[in-house]
Every structure is written in structure tokens, then in C-alpha cells.
Design a protein around this ligand. Structure first.
Ligand code: ATP
Length: 586
């Protein structure tokens, strides 16, 4: 489908608005062309007097004819102004409405796409699609759409006048029109890929900028300022080069079209003058034709500009519509799982999974009875986080199944499934609000006492109380004003407030001080009570009281059991335990 028909299809509910706006544009153009015709009539009045066109309509007195002309002129200008106001209003509102709808749809859709989609895309590039590209809609509808309609209308109307006044001249004066149209079409085809490259290059710059601004602390710490500035220079240079290629072509088109117009104009001037001299057309008609050639052909110069704008906008709109048509490969629909009916037993059955070619989990099977606490320990990269991400259905395992209360999670409503799970991930995401906003994230209106109770359970209340504005203290973008440990505590409080049947704690590091470790243990005891809890731990002592500990190596569970049992087995776990406790004694 062409870009325009894709857009037209997308915007079907706005078609009535578009038709109305188009009608206003056309009527405005009609009024816009009439003054030129009036010039001809005025010349006709003063030259032909009693034989003029108006006299033939029954207005015989010359002064009356002029008064009629004056009256008509006022009416025509008023009509032109009125319809200009109406079409501006319609097109601009349509642009805003469509842009708004597209922005919401695109963002809503992007949120539903699986994590792998985001991992394959650069955030900056997605940002430029969701923001800059959508804004192109406004540019096109505000300027381009109206201009196209007006150029088409003026060509038809002026063409009609030409054929009426001097059919022999009309063909000659209008011959540049098809040439210009073909030329514009040719140009548009060639410029399209160049604009695509420009949009891509803009996305790359955006990507680099957002990446660097997020990682500014690392850039400073590694004194990589010059290195990163060079990266940006390269991206910007690439943008400049791709734009230069587009500019070379886009700048040529107007001069070329002007020459085609010149040909049409000269024909009207010379051949029309010759016809007038020989009395084949009247002086009034001749003047109308000369003026109208200008009115007809000059907007065609604008057509090239419009084609340019059209192509730029369509490239952008295509990118947005591509995002919108990306299939949601992990669908949200499924069997409802009403809260209160879930007990929280889990079964992982012969689960295998990989990221692309990298196999991460091999045939993993385990069960977690409702309300129990299980821990996953093992070397970094052994697949512990991946296992819980599959439970959240961030990714779909090609083989095996995960069951919640006996239901295959693939059959459940994704929203209902995730509502049952509280997830504290390794990289905590905090929004740019207050501490309280962050604890109550995604939960609507929540009373302060409930927030405080969750914070206490997460051992976060004490540090929050010491903050300058307590629970109302802003945490800064991505929680930058808090320490890593504090962010983790807030994330835990958030998961506790959600009161899920299943709690997942993915501990980022074993590098915690003894006090924090004790705090983690205390809160773990409190928060795991009455719910199924999965803990990924690096510091073994935090999970020694778990009902079952699974040791993972290379995507497989190699040992399972209680702390005491695993120590007695004297395998990997016991070795790891000795290493960690030995380290501590040292
Ligand atoms: N989104 C991803 N795309 C590609 N590979 C990934 C992705 N996430 C993880 N991996 C790879 O999968 C493997 C397992 O990662 P996972 O995060 O599950 O390990 P982990 O046991 O939780 O490690 P850690 O203890 O360091 O948190 C690693 O080799 C990692 O490089």
C-alpha cells in the first residue's frame, strides 16, 4: 500500500473532516481566482462599453457596470476570506486530532510489543519515530494537503476559463502542466529514499544523544568526553551528508519547473497577443489569460515544494505506521484470572529458551508450592533472571511450559497474570515523582498509611523519614537523587504495596554491607509471608532460610534442596557457601 492510502486507511474516522476541509479549500480557491476574471471584465467594461459582457447581461450603463463590479469584488473577497478561515480551521484541527490519535495509538501499541522488540531497536530512534515523525503529520496537513487540493482546483478552473475564452490558446498555454506533473512525480520517487535516509540518520543521532545523556556519569568517570563527542560528530556528519544528498535534488526542482512555466507564459503572451491584435479574442480576454497563466502556473512551482513536503511527511508517517503494524507477538488476551482466586503454585516444565542463537535455559523443570519461598543461586549469566522473565512472559519460551495454579500462563490474560506478580528487578525503574508516587506506582489512589506500611516492611521508612520532605521528596529523573540501595528498597516497597500472590526479587549484587544484608533478610521474612516468593540471590546468607534453593549452572539446575541439605551434599552450593563465609571471616 502507498503511504497516502495507508494514512487514509488509518484515518478513516476523520474522513468526513478531511472531505469538509477539502471542500472549503476548493471553494476558497474558486473565490481566489475570480478577481483575475473581474480584471478582465473591468477591462472589457472600459474598452467595450455598451458592447461589454456585463451590458449583454442587461447592465447597460457603464457606471452601473462599475458599481456592480465593485459590489462583486467585495463579495468575492469576503467569500475568499471566510473560506480561508474555514479551511485553515478544519485542516489544522484535523492535523492536531490525527496527530493526537496517532501518538496515543503508537505509544499504546509500542507498550504492548515484547521486550525483544526494544532490545533490537535503539531507544533514540524509537523516540524520534514517536515524536518527530508524528509531528510531521501536522506539517503535511497544515500546509501540504490544502496546497495540493488548491493546485488541482486552480488547474481545473483556470483550464476551464482558458478553454472558454480561447480554446486555440488553451492547449498551448497548458502544455507545461503535464510536463510539470510528470517531473514532480519523477522527482518525488527519487527523493523518497533520500528522505528515508535522513530520518534514519536523525534517529541515530537521537539514539546516541539519549544513550550518552543517560550514561553521563560513566562518560565523566572514564574521561570519555572527547571520545563521545567524536561519536556525536560522526553521527551528525552522517546526518549532514544524507541531508546534503536530499538537498542537491530538492533544490534543483524549482528552477527546472520555472523554465517549464516560462514556456507556457511566453506562449500566452506572444500567441495570445497575436490573437488579440487580429481580433480573434477581446482585449479583456487577453488580459484575463495573461493573468491567469500566472495564477495557474506559479502554484505549480509550489507543487514541487509540496511534493518535497509530502515525501518528507510520508516517509515519517510510514515509519510511524510501520511501528503500529508491528504484530504484538505476545498477545494480551487470554483466560481471566480474577484476583483472590489465585493460590500461587508454580510449575516450570521442561523449559528451554535462548536469546537468538544463544541458548540460555536447557530443559529446566521445578515446582514451587503456593506460599513457599524458593531461591535461585549460581554463577552470573547462568540464566536465573531469564527464568523469572519467562514467568512474567517478557519472552516466550519455544519449548516447555510454565503453569500458575495448573494453568499454562500462555493461556492467561497477560494483564491478569502480571497483576499477580510483584517484581523487583535488578535495574530498578523510578519515575520522576515523589517517593510516595514511586511506591504507589501503577496502583491509582493509595492512602499514605498503606504506602508507609509498605515502606516499613521494605525497611525503607527510616531513610525516607530522613529525606528533606519525607514521602513527598522528589526522587529526580530515574531516581538519581537516591542511592542504589535506597532505590532497591523503594522498588521492594512498591512490590509489597501491590500485595501480589507471587513476589520476585532479583538481587542485583552480592556487594551489600552487613547492615543492608540484615535488613534484606528481615524484610524478606516479612514480605514472603503468605505468598509464593522467588528470590535470585548472590549473597547466599540472605536466602539460607528459603524452603528450597536451586543452584543454576549454564542454564540448568544442578542442585536443589534446603540450605542444610545442600551443605551436606558438599557440592557446588557448599563450595560457594564456604567461599562467601570464608571471605567474610578474612
Ligand atoms: N535480552 C538479552 N538478549 C540477549 N542475551 C541476553 C539477554 N538477557 C540475558 N542474556 C544472556 O543470557 C544469559 C543469562 O542471563 P541472565 O540474566 O538470565 O543471567 P543471571 O543468571 O540472572 O545472571 P546474573 O547473576 O549476573 O544476574 C547471559 O549469558 C546473558 O548474556
Amino acid at each position: 500500500m502507498s503511504s497516502l492510502s495507508r494514512l487514509f486507511h488509518y484515518a478513516r474516522q476523520y474522513r468526513r473532516d478531511a472531505y469538509l476541509a477539502s471542500a472549503f479549500s476548493a471553494i476558497n480557491k474558486f473565490f481566489d481566482i475570480l478577481p483575475e476574471v473581474l480584471i478582465g471584465v473591468a477591462v472589457d467594461v472600459v474598452v467595450s462599453k455598451q458592447d461589454s459582457f456585463l451590458a449583454r447581461l442587461g447592465i447597460t450603463d457603464s457606471f452601473d457596470q462599475l458599481l456592480w463590479l465593485g459590489g462583486l469584488t467585495v463579495l468575492i473577497w469576503a467569500g475568499e476570506s471566510l473560506f480561508e478561515y474555514l479551511y485553515q480551521l478544519r485542516w489544522r484541527n484535523l492535523a492536531q486530532n490525527l496527530q493526537h490519535a496517532l501518538r496515543l495509538d503508537a505509544y499504546g501499541h509500542v507498550q504492548k510489543l515484547p521486550l525483544s522488540y526494544f532490545e533490537d531497536k535503539r531507544t533514540g530512534s524509537l523516540m524520534s519515530i514517536l515524536n518527530d515523525d508524528i509531528n510531521q503529520m501536522e506539517r503535511f496537513l497544515n500546509g501540504g494537503a490544502n496546497s495540493i487540493i488548491q493546485v488541482v482546483c486552480s488547474s481545473i478552473m483556470v483550464g476551464a476559463v482558458f478553454f472558454y475564452l480561447a480554446p486555440q490558446l488553451a492547449m498551448l498555454a497548458l502544455f507545461p502542466v503535464p510536463l510539470i506533473l510528470v517531473g514532480t512525480f519523477w522527482f518525488q520517487k527519487r527523493i523518497a529514499p533520500r528522505y528515508s535516509a535522513v530520518r534514519e540518520a536523525a534517529g541515530v543521532i537521537n539514539g546516541r544523544l539519549s544513550n550518552n545523556l543517560l550514561g553521563i556519569a560513566t562518560i565523566k568517570a572514564f574521561t570519555a568526553e572527547a571520545f563521545e563527542a567524536e561519536h556525536i560528530r560522526q553521527a551528525s556528519e552522517h546526518y549532514r551528508q544524507t541531508n546534503a544528498a536530499a538537498i542537491r535534488l530538492s533544490s534543483a526542482i524549482i528552477p527546472v519547473i520555472r523554465m517549464a512555466i516560462l514556456a507556457g507564459f511566453v506562449v500566452t503572451l506572444v500567441y495570445g497577443g497575436w490573437l488579440a491584435l487580429h481580433g480573434d479574442i477581446g482585449v479583456g480576454s487577453y488580459s484575463v489569460l495573461v493573468y491567469l497563466t500566472q495564477r495557474l502556473l506559479w502554484p505549480l512551482v509550489g507543487l514541487a515544494d509540496i511534493a518535497d513536503l509530502y515525501q518528507r511527511s510520508m516517509t515519517a508517517i510510514d515509519r510511524v505506521l510501520d511501528v503500529l503494524s508491528t504484530p504484538v507477538s505476545i498477545p494480551y488476551d487470554g483466560k481471566a484470572l480474577p484476583s483472590g482466586t489465585v493460590s500461587g503454585s508454580l510449575a516450570f516444565e521442561n523449559l528451554s529458551f535462548g536469546y537468538g542463537d544463544l541458548t540460555v535455559l536447557h530443559n529446566v523443570s521445578l515446582t514451587v508450592p503456593a506460599g513457599r519461598t524458593v531461591a535461585f543461586v549460581g554463577a552470573t549469566g547462568s540464566g536465573k533472571s531469564t527464568l523469572v522473565k519467562l514467568l512474567l512472559r517478557f519472552y516466550e519460551a519455544p519449548a516447555g511450559a510454565i503453569r500458575l495454579d495448573g494453568h499454562d500462563i500462555r493461556e492467561l490474560s497477560l494483564t491478569d497474570l502480571r497483576r499477580q506478580i510483584g517484581y523487583v528487578s535488578q535495574d530498578v525503574f523510578l519515575t520522576d515523582g515523589s517517593v510516595a508516587d514511586n511506591i504507589a506506582y501503577g496502583m491509582g489512589e493509595v492512602g499514605r498509611s498503606a504506602i508507609e506500611a509498605a515502606a516499613r516492611a521494605a525497611e525503607a521508612h527510616e531513610f525516607i523519614a530522613r529525606l528533606p520532605q519525607g514521602y513527598d521528596t522528589p526522587v529526580g529523573e530515574r531516581g538519581q537523587k537516591l542511592s542504589g540501595g535506597q532505590r532497591q528498597r523503594l522498588a521492594l516497597a512498591r512490590a509489597i504495596l501491590k500485595d501480589p500472590r507471587i513476589l520476585i526479587l532479583d538481587e542485583a549484587t552480592s556487594a551489600v554491607d552487613n547492615e543492608t544484608e540484615a535488613a534484606i533478610q528481615r524484610s524478606l521474612d516479612v514480605v514472603s509471608r503468605g505468598r509464593t516468593t522467588l528470590v535470585i540471590a548472590h549473597r547466599l546468607s540472605t536466602v539460607r532460610h528459603a524452603d528450597c534453593i536451586h543452584v543454576m549452572e549454564h542454564g540448568q539446575i544442578v542442585e536443589s534442596g534446603t540450605h542444610a541439605l545442600l551443605l551436606a551434599q558438599n557440592g557446588s552450593y557448599a563450595a560457594l557457601w564456604r567461599l562467601q563465609t570464608g571471605e567474610r571471616q578474612a
